[in-house]
Each structure stands twice: as C-alpha cells, then as structure tokens.
Design a protein around this ligand. Structure first.
Ligand SMILES: Cc1cc2nc3c(=O)[nH]c(=O)nc-3n(C[C@H](O)[C@H](O)[C@H](O)COP(=O)(O)O)c2cc1C
Length: 372
C-alpha cells in the first residue's frame, strides 16, 4: 500500500529495510544511576520487533554527573555500562533492526549538575549555569569521542550526537544561550565551532562508523536559533560527513509555551522543518513529530520532504504501528493523541518512570509488574 515507506535505503553505508525509525525517547527506564536495566532491554527489543528499520536509543550521558539529564539517564561515560549496552544493541539487532545510540551532554539542563555547565551564564528555569572554560570545552569534545568509541565497541551500528532540545551542543549554536566573546561565540561560524569540533573528533575516533546528528532547526523562541541560520549550519554538518540529520524543533524553554503546545498537537508538526533542512543538504533526513498515519508518512517520503520517518511516542503507544500500517489494519492502531495532556512528558520531567495512558489494561498491568 505504501511503496515509498516500505522501500529500502542506505544510511551511512548501512542498509535499512524500510523508511521507519524509532526516534530517541527518554522514558526513565534505565536503573537509578544510569545502568541499562532489564526494563530498558525488554522495551527496546519490543521497539525493534515492531518492524522499524532502525531504533535510535534515547540520550546517554557522555559525562557524569555534569552531562547527565537525570538519575535515570543511561551512562556511556565509562566502560562500566559496556556489558549492558552490548546487551541492548544485541536485543535490537536480534529483531532485525539497526541499532543506534544517541550520546549527549545535557549542559544547561543537566539535572545532576550543580552548577550546570553551559557556553555562557544564561539562566535556565531559575538556575544559573557556569560558563565553560576553553579547556573544559575541549575536554568535553574528547568525552564525546570516547563515548562514541564505546557505542561502537558495544556493537551498535551507528552513533547519534544529540544536537537538539537545548542541550549542550545546540546551546552553543543558539545566539540566545551563547554569549561568549572568544572563538566559540559571536558569529554563526564561531557558535557552531564547538559542535563541529565534536563531530570531527568523534569521526576521527570511530573511523569507518556512521555518525548521525539530532538537529535543532528552530528553537521556537523569539531570540533563539531560527531556520535562516540553522540551514547554513545543516549544510556545514552535512558536508562534514554526518550520516543523517534527524530534525526537530524546540527546547525545554519553548516546549511548554501555549502556542508551541498548540502547534505540536498537529500531525507532522515538525515535517516542515525537516523539509527545509532536506533542501539544504545531501544526506538522509529524518522527520518526526506525531506522524500518526501510514498515508501521512508515505506522503512525507513520496513528496521528498524527508527520507526517513522518526516515530517516538507514536511507536511506544503502539509497537505494532508499522505492522498494522503495512497490513492495512490501521483502524486497529492505538494512537498517541494529545488529549492525554502529555502524560509521558510530565511523568519523566517529575523523575518518574513513564507509562502510556493509551495502553490496553493488560499491557499496563505487565508494565506495573516490571516496574515494581
Ligand atoms: C518523553 C519524551 C522523551 C524524549 N526523549 C528524547 C531523547 O532522549 N532524545 C531526543 O533527541 N529526543 C527526545 N524526544 C523527542 C522525540 O524524539 C520526538 O522528536 C518527539 O517526541 C516527536 O515525535 P513523536 O510525536 O512520535 O513522539 C523525547 C520526547 C518525549 C515526549
């Protein structure tokens, strides 16, 4: 029914069996302290079993505690988690999907850091971060490279750098949060210097191994990063040899604004951003954001707005989404709809383990048994 959606594609030299991917989704499933848990492994096995071509595992911290979003953020800053990460990659690949792991430094939004570290001292939710020194900046680039090597050693097929959500990499690119007066601040060329150093250092460390990038196209804030600049950055990133750009909009400081909440209720609310980025680059582009129906997803690919679809909550709400779409059973899909008032987001921001209010009763019971 959907010939474009279920056609193969090569990304970073690796073959995906279709255009569907799982976009990274932090759900608080890791153990306290950031170990890969049985719950994480079961969850990602199920996500891979869904039939998507690639699963991108949620953000994992390259530095701890200063780079970690929360106490349940997976750690990739030491070899201690290597056994767990190896099991995670194997669980995903065992179901016939490619496995990627997103690596991150949470910067201004590092829940575990006091003070948080940032390009400049610009307050975030009442907390004032400390501006990084140049030496610290270079050290963090090495931490990304070391973490990426671990991802490769753990058996993943790719690594993804988290350049979205207002975390450290994107906070350097943003004119709103980067007020530096050294070579890392000022013009776009200077603001993108640090993330580009990270890309180069990571690529040099991992060699022949694909490096994808979660890309912040628009902060959705009046004084934030806008498309006019981000498209130039996208072009530079693509030219540097990243394997793909996974496009998103917004940061923690815009996600909850009434107009952004309203806009993000719409099907495909970030597809226009992906389409704009796609025009600027020659690497595969992933579009995400409430892509809820097969017909919509097919059109995104057919109309060349993106090369791949990223499903996060959509796939988590119904891990049979790809199968039901493929087999014409779309009326059976359990849909992620906005009228739950973003329960999963609210749970994880309170430090809780997420569940989906749309799940059928038996699934909720299964989840409760695993979590308790
Ligand atoms: C609870 C929650 C956790 C998320 N965690 C991540 C993450 O770890 N890394 C990331 O790049 N995006 C993350 N995202 C964004 C998703 O990847 C995705 O872009 C967004 O949810 C839209 O897709 P969807 O409508 O299919 O969920 C998260 C979103 C939510 C709601």
């Amino acid at each position: 029914m959907y010939p474009h959606l279920f056609s193969r594609i090569s990304v970073g030299g690796k073959e995906l069996k279709n255009r569907l991917t799982m976009a990274p989704l932090y759900l608080g499933y890791a153990g306290e302290g950031g170990a890969v848990s049985e719950l994480s492994i079961d969850h990602y096995r199920l996500m891979a079993k869904s039939g998507v071509g690639m699963v991108v595992v949620e953000n994992a911290a390259v530095d701890y505690p200063v780079g970690s979003g929360s106490n349940r953020t997976i750690r990739v800053d030491t070899d201690d988690n290597l056994v767990g990460l190896t099991k995670l990659a194997a669980a995903i690949k065992g179901q016939g999907a490619l496995a990627s792991l997103q690596i991150n430094h949470a910067g201004r939004f590092a829940g575990m850091a006091d003070p948080a570290l940032a390009p400049s001292a610009v307050q975030a939710f009442g907390r004032m971060p400390r501006a990084l020194t140049r030496e610290e900046i270079r050290k963090i680039a090495s931490k990304f490279a070391e973490a990426a090597v671990r991802v490769k050693r753990a058996g993943f097929d790719m690594v993804e750098l988290h350049g979205g959500t207002g975390y450290l990499l994107s906070s350097f690119v943003s004119p709103r949060t980067n007020k530096r007066e050294d070579e890392y601040g000022g013009s776009l060329e200077s603001r993108q210097r640090f993330p580009m150093e990270v890309v180069r250092e990571v690529k040099a460390a991992v060699g022949n191994f694909p490096v994808g990038y979660r890309f912040l196209a628009d902060e959705w804030l009046p004084d934030g990063l806008r498309l006019v600049e981000s498209l130039q950055y996208a072009h530079v990133l693509a030219a540097s040899g990243v394997a793909y750009l996974s496009v998103m909009g917004g940061t923690y400081e815009s996600f909850f604004l009434p107009e952004v909440l309203q806009a993000s209720r719409k099907e495909g609310y970030m597809v226009d951003l992906a389409a704009a980025v796609k025009k600027a680059v020659n690497v595969p582009v992933i579009a995400a954001g409430r892509i809820s129906t097969g017909a919509f997803a097919e059109n995104v690919i057919a109309e060349r707005k993106a090369d791949l679809i990223g499903l996060a909550r959509v796939l988590w709400a119904d891990p049979e989404w790809p199968l039901k779409v493929k087999e014409g059973k779309e009326d059976e899909i359990v849909h992620c709809t906005p009228d739950c008032d973003d329960t999963c987001t609210k749970l994880v921001t309170k430090g809780k383990v997420a569940f989906c209010v749309r799940w059928p009763h038996h699934k909720l019971q299964e989840w409760k048994a695993k979590v308790s």
